[in-house]
Design a protein around this ligand. Structure first.
Ligand SMILES: [Zn+2]
Length: 377
């Protein structure tokens, strides 16, 4: 299964975030499959396996070992050898679970064993993986294309704008193409119907209209409300008959994404300095997530927080390198160490908070790489 459908990835993330724990731990396994990966995935599995064998409770070890067998079986016989990254979530025991997702872009190699799946890298992929629809309308022809673009492609485009024609070819899928009279003919309705289907059944949220200005205006008038209501942006790209119009929309879309991320950071900065519905730092954000107060969770792509600890009795989190003495919620001294990004993303998904992975921001990085906009104080 490949990541060509963002909604399915979203469904995976939600399913994993809401997966109830069982007596057996779940193994979250992300593997970088590029030949240029810093560690070869086979070696990574062997290393992690031998480390875990020495540290996991003997009564849980049997199930964990079976998880590793299942992962090795998938990697040997079932995977698509062209993919550059894979995420596997495996649990054995009385409530077995298996989910595999393969990617055209790499993921950092990371293997965790815990009662909850670690979904951070999946969320990062979801949040930095974008797709949109382009409708190009000219007086004599029209096309509707779907574009899927991952963060790696966006970075490549930013660094090497000359590659965009090639990237455009690799990332597009045509849903409609027709020659005809788009000034007087009835064909605009066909385009509108195609767009309606893509919005309703595939959940598309970004739509770009391009081409001859008069034709674009007429198409807009033809679009059903359900399309205009569901579409967040209508960007006009007036490029005449230029053949690389799709490549141009990708360029525009990348700028547009940077703009919306910038705007969110502006809101965060302003609210933070006014001390109004914005918080920063792992401890505060975890506490707000526990109470489902978070509207938008902001995570830095470059600065990652330290580990945190969760009280086994009441679920309160403490961010600290050292094991805390006692829980501020209930006074208990029973803590388990947790991966902070995994905890943050899991709680955010559960509370239906939006998650924004921020590429570059000095304020967010200064406060430990974690911030949030709140629904209420
Ligand atoms: Zn507690």
């Amino acid at each position: 299964m490949s990541v060509t459908n963002n909604r399915t990835l979203h469904d995976d993330v939600r399913e994993l975030a809401e997966l109830p724990p069982s007596e057996s731990p779940i193994v979250s396994c992300y593997l970088d499959l590029r030949s240029s990966a810093p560690t070869d995935w086979k070696g990574a599995l062997v290393d992690r396996f031998s480390l875990l064998r020495r540290t996991i409770d003997p009564d849980k070890w049997h199930d964990v070992r079976q998880c590793f067998d299942r992962i090795r079986a998938f990697m040997s016989f079932e995977r698509d050898k062209n993919k550059k990254g894979v995420a596997l979530f495996v649990r054995e025991g009385t409530e077995p679970f298996f989910l595999a997702r393969e990617f055209d872009t790499s993921v950092p190699t990371f293997i965790a064993v815990d009662e909850h799946p670690d979904i951070y890298h999946l969320v990062e992929m979801k949040e930095t993986f974008h797709r949109y629809i382009v409708a190009v309308i000219q007086p004599t022809w029209a096309r509707v294309l779907e574009v899927n673009i991952g963060s790696a492609s966006i970075e490549a485009l930013q660094d090497h704008p000359q590659t965009r024609d090639r990237v455009a070819q690799e990332l597009t899928h045509t849903h409609y193409a027709r020659h005809g009279d788009f000034v007087r003919g009835p064909y605009l309705l066909e385009v509108a119907e195609t767009l309606e289907r893509l919005v309703l059944t595939d959940g598309h949220k970004h739509l770009l209209l391009a081409g001859d200005t008069d034709c674009v205006v007429r198409l807009e008038d033809t679009l059903p409300l359900v399309v205009t209501d569901n579409v967040m942006e209508l960007l006009h790209v007036d490029e005449g008959e230029r053949p690389d119009i799709v490549a141009d929309t990708i360029h525009r879309f990348v700028h547009h994404l940077e703009d919306s991320s910038d705007k969110l950071i502006d809101v965060f900065r302003e609210s933070f300095y006014r001390d109004e519905l914005a918080i920063a730092g792992v401890d505060q954000v975890l506490a707000a997530l526990e109470r489902e107060k978070v509207d938008t969770l902001l995570l830095s792509l470059t600065v990652h927080p330290e580990v945190c600890w969760r009280c086994e009795d009441c679920g309160t989190h403490v961010a600290s390198i050292a094991r805390p003495h006692s829980c501020r919620g209930c006074g208990s001294t029973a803590f388990i160490e947790r991966d902070t990004l995994g905890e943050l993303t899991r709680l955010a998904e559960r509370g239906e908070a939006r998650i924004e992975v921020v590429r570059k921001n000095s304020l967010l990085d200064r406060v430990g790489g974690v911030g949030a906009l709140l629904r209420w104080a």
